[in-house]
Design a binder for this molecule. Sequence first.
Ligand code: NAD
Length: 270
Amino acid sequence: MVEESTLEGAVSIVTGGGGDIGTGIAAELAAAGSDVVIADVDVLETEYNQQASTDVGGIERTREVVDRVENEGQRAHVVECDVTDAEQVEAMVEEVVDEFGRIDVVANNAGVITVAPVEEMAEAEWESIVDVNAKGVFLVARAAIPHLRDSHGTIVNTASIAGEIGAGGLAHYCASKHAVLGFTKSLALELAPEVTVNAVCPGIVETPMWEDVLTPSLGESYGETIERAIPMGRDQDLEDMGRAVVFLAQNRNITGESVVVDGGILQNVI
Ligand code: NAD
């Protein structure tokens, strides 16, 4: 990291950077002074992509995130990369180092969701979720580690409140996000003191994950879910997530931790 309290001059990679939360993370990293590499796929060619949230990415959303980064006066660079493919991940990291000469921040944010009870879940559906959400985090971290050791950089993984609790119909998603938190804690120990490794756990953010997948499965409107579940009375927004990532990226004495940004959902048990 260039300086402890600033990301001025830093180079950040945001996987799933063309998505909603990814855009929020990219914009806040840029506002903090970092150039940003957006690594994303447009459409995952799986049997499940009609339900998964990956079919809504695309060039328009990538254009939006590039504009947000450039409007902050920072350089944006887009790399097509499927985080489940080790070769593509390694090529992406190589391209970033060729273009920018360094990597300071890796925001492992790419993620997908479907809803299915375990009894009806095909093996391929399990794999399609766990591969992106958990294996992708491992592959991107592994490829970036040598460069992060050089820069004394940081990894911030996007987990979820589903990494802390269970939810019917989301066993594969919850398992993948629990895995992200276990990976975060373990990798933090492996990489200290050069590199910090933390996670953010978003609560409810109105993105295609909710619009296309979760709300239709719940039998209530999105507004009703917010009112029922969130003590702070509003959903979380993209800036909430981006600011949490920047906070963790800038703090050199927090590692192996997760910051839950959920407006009190996890406290709301009674
Ligand atoms: P989103 O669908 O808007 O963004 C996800 C992005 O990941 C998309 O741009 C998609 O193209 C990309 N992606 C999917 N598969 C990929 C792959 N194999 N390789 C590279 N990129 C891939 O969804 P979002 O809500 O912005 O989700 C971002 C992250 O936040 C995810 O990890 C998700 O699990 C997590 N999250 C979201 C919520 C929420 O309420 N929306 C809550 C908790 C956690």
